[in-house]
Design a protein around this ligand. Sequence first.
Ligand SMILES: NC(=O)c1ccc[n+]([C@@H]2O[C@H](COP(=O)([O-])OP(=O)(O)OC[C@H]3O[C@@H](n4cnc5c(N)ncnc54)[C@H](O)[C@@H]3O)[C@@H](O)[C@H]2O)c1
Ligand SMILES: O=C(O)C(=O)C[C@]1(C(=O)O)C=C[C@@H](O)C=C1
Length: 305
Amino acid sequence: MSARYERVALIGLGLIASSMAWAMRRGGLAGEITGYARSAETRDIAREIGLCDRVCDSAAEAVAGADLVVLCVPVGAMGAVAEEIAPALAPGATVSDVGSVKKAVIEAVAPHIPEGVHFVPAHPLAGTEYSGPRAGFAELFDNRWCLVVPAEGSDEAAVSRLEGFWEGLGANVERMDADHHDLVLAVTSHTPHLIAYTMVGVADDLRRVTDSEVIKYSAAGFRDFTRIAASDPTMWRDVFMTNKEATLEILGRFTEELFALQRAIRLGDGAHLHEYFTRTRAIRRGIIEAGQDTAAPDFGRGPKR
Ligand SMILES: NC(=O)c1ccc[n+]([C@@H]2O[C@H](COP(=O)([O-])OP(=O)(O)OC[C@H]3O[C@@H](n4cnc5c(N)ncnc54)[C@H](O)[C@@H]3O)[C@@H](O)[C@H]2O)c1
Ligand SMILES: O=C(O)C(=O)C[C@]1(C(=O)O)C=C[C@@H](O)C=C1
């Protein structure tokens, strides 16, 4: 059942916060939405497009009296923002976040949360390669997962209320612990982004040799890589700086497999390649048959431009 808050404060007014604001409006999930972003330019844009009921010039002003505060800044900035807002938080309020990494965010934020304020971390598994306050759209979270990662000792009522709120934003909600979250996301999101960044970098190096051919004749697969590799550099720098252990673990496995495939190509071992590609194709088909391919064409591919 969807839950409503009287006053929701969004700190950081980029893609995720702006999508939340539009989705809250659509679902009538907030009495009032306040917002704050560090840059005056972002605050001006947010005012111009009517993103929030009130865009404030300080984080403390935005969170004052809010019963839900959502930190929507890059993962590396979460701790400093939590410290800044702590004295202004209302007793009984819930502080949440949308960071792509959970263990490091909990470690950075939890020490600043005052007694009597609930901290319920979360992570919507939905995004695009666009950033900033103009990038958001109300449907971003529709039929996508939102993982709720209760910190130790989280208040059950505060956790279920936040879960209801995310359902109201359109998401399917599941709970997960922080370590498991960070490992799963290293496999499904963080390492794939690093691979896309690398592949586009390699093609760019090659382009200097072959002029514009690489881009001109790029096939759909490579174009998908360029979309992913256009994602925000600050956000992704912070993801790799804070989810180091899990990403290195998955990258280690990835390079082992890559070397095995490289060896099979060098040795002309077609059977190995065929067997490997058959296994991976079955995984994709399994996802589709289970009806879990939630990346429907209309959603999660960015705003229509
Ligand atoms: N983009 C995605 O695909 C995606 C998906 C799920 C979760 N996330 C997570 O959501 C968070 C926000 O990502 P986004 O895509 O909305 O980013 P974004 O770049 O679109 O927006 C970030 C906002 O934070 C502001 N900001 C940066 N540092 C700040 C600070 N110290 N104090 C106050 N404001 C500050 C920026 O001005 C900007 O308004 C990140 O933690 C990211 O890991 C992103
Ligand atoms: O669709 C995209 O552009 C995304 O990369 C979204 C994506 C993902 O990897 O799936 C990126 C980071 C998040 O923390 C959650 C979602």
